[in-house]
Design a protein around this ligand. Structure first.
Ligand SMILES: *Cc1c(COP(=O)(O)O)cnc(C)c1O
Length: 409
């Protein structure tokens, strides 16, 4: 049994409550079995393809290790992610580093890793980046990131396909590929449209893939792969249907057309989102005129997506016993008016209640910050009957850990 989505209601309340008691709140809980299931569905939908996990969605060491063991490649957006992928035991030949306006130190690092592990692939999205790689003596596996001129996304901030920041204009690509071929081992072309492939959005996805297919046929180079990026959507709202992965895979193959190269996809959130929940405790219940404000110990520094993207995350109360349902505004402890999860119908909240925030496995912990000098939460992973701490909770001492007595000079 491998259902297309795990809903908040499917989580075992008693087990979550036990984890919150043991490890405290706010607490990220990530289920590695569910991560494996998500990977298995994705791999089955693209049987001849290559699945590259976009690490930025969740870099917990056990998550990277689990996906790598299952057969996924790892798509990294920074030197730090490459470092993490290798530390988690991912094979260098399955690691791809995609440089987005890379700082000097990131390129230095990537090239030094490629010296030791020539199987590593570096993806460049600007002619400038290609030159900077050559200047560093890199002559290894290079992939060209293309801007296909079409975008998709649930929010303008996650739509990248038509944004000039990402990739080289597709018209320039054949020429640049030829030029790059003189200096590197050109292995692939890459595009990522943004996040939010859904039933309605398939037209944009099709268009992107079809342009990539055309480019692959137009170049004379012998490409190993055509990477069409990630953005496979997950239902953030309870009533929303899960993505029809078979339909997406079919549309992708049709749009790509005949190419010699292997198709690669780069799911991030799809593999990890519904495998994670964020546990948080109610600390304040405040009637305010018509409104009921419910303060919890997780906020925009724990889970930033509602504040950044206006994203909705479902909330389930794990409190026991019958209670009347009330409408509540769930807010965090940060001194910012944007620090709000949203309005929810909940069993009348009481201080001490435990709430589970759904789909928190993707871009949750990764975007956590210490703003307001709040220590970051812990991540606990569960695997079958077992559980353990993957990232410990920060303490107040961690908040001041980097401070030095200034020695003036
Ligand atoms: C973020 C990102 C992805 C993954 O996006 P999801 O919406 O999480 O699937 C894939 N590829 C690249 C290059 C990315 O930057």
């Amino acid at each position: 049994m491998n259902p297309p989505v795990r809903r908040l209601a499917d989580w075992d309340a008693a087990r979550l409550a036990g984890l919150a008691d043991t490890h405290g709140t706010p607490l990220y809980v990530q289920d590695l079995d569910r991560v494996r299931e998500n990977y298995a569905r994705m791999a089955a939908a693209f049987p001849e393809g290559r699945v590259m996990y976009a690490a930025k969605a969740n870099t917990a060491k056990t998550v990277l290790g689990t996906l790598s063991d299952a057969g996924a490649g790892i798509e990294c957006a920074s030197a730090g992610e490459v470092e993490r992928a290798l530390a988690a035991g991912c094979l260098p030949e399955r690691v791809q580093y995609t440089a987005v306006n890379p700082p000097e130190a990131d390129l230095d690092y990537a090239v030094s890793i490629a010296d030791d592990h020539p199987e590593l692939t570096i993806t460049a999205g600007a002619e400038d980046t290609i030159d900077r790689l050559a200047e560093r003596g890199f002559s290894g596996r290079l992939c060209l990131r293309v801007n296909p001129g079409v975008g998709a996304g649930h929010h303008e901030k996650v739509s990248t396909g038509a944004n000039a920041k990402f990739g080289v204009p597709i018209e320039r690509a054949p020429d640049l590929l030829d030029k790059a071929d003189e200096r590197f081992d050109v292995v692939g072309i890459h595009a990522h449209a943004g996040s939010g492939i859904s039933g309605e959005d398939l037209a944009a996805h099709r268009e992107l893939v079809s342009r990539m297919g055309e480019l692959a046929r137009r170049t004379d180079l012998d490409l190993e792969f055509v990477d069409v990026g990630g953005g496979f959507g997950v239902p953030y709202r309870e009533g929303e249907e899960p993505l029809d992965l078979q339909a997406v895979a079919r549309a992708t193959r049709e749009a790509l057309g005949e190419v010699e190269a292997t198709l690669a996809v780069e799911p991030g959130r799809y593999l990890v989102a519904d495998a994670g929940v964020l546990l948080t405790r109610v600390n304040t219940v405040k009637p305010a005129g018509e409104e009921l404000v419910v303060g919890v110990d997780a906020g925009m520094t724990t889970l930033a997506r509602p504040a950044i993207y206006g994203a909705h995350h479902g909330i389930r109360s794990l409190a026991e016993g019958e209670r009347e349902t009330v409408e509540a505004t769930v807010t965090g402890p940060i001194c910012e008016s944007g620090d709000v999860f949203g309005e929810y119908d909940l069993p009348a909240p009481e201080r001490g209640d435990l709430l589970a925030v759904g789909n928190a496995g993707a871009y949750g912990y990764e975007m956590a910050s210490q703003y307001n000098s709040r220590p970051r939460p812990a991540t606990v992973v569960v695997d079958g009957e077992n559980s353990g701490v993957d990232r410990r909770r920060e303490t107040l001492a961690d908040v001041t850990r980097l401070e030095r007595e200034v020695t003036w000079s």
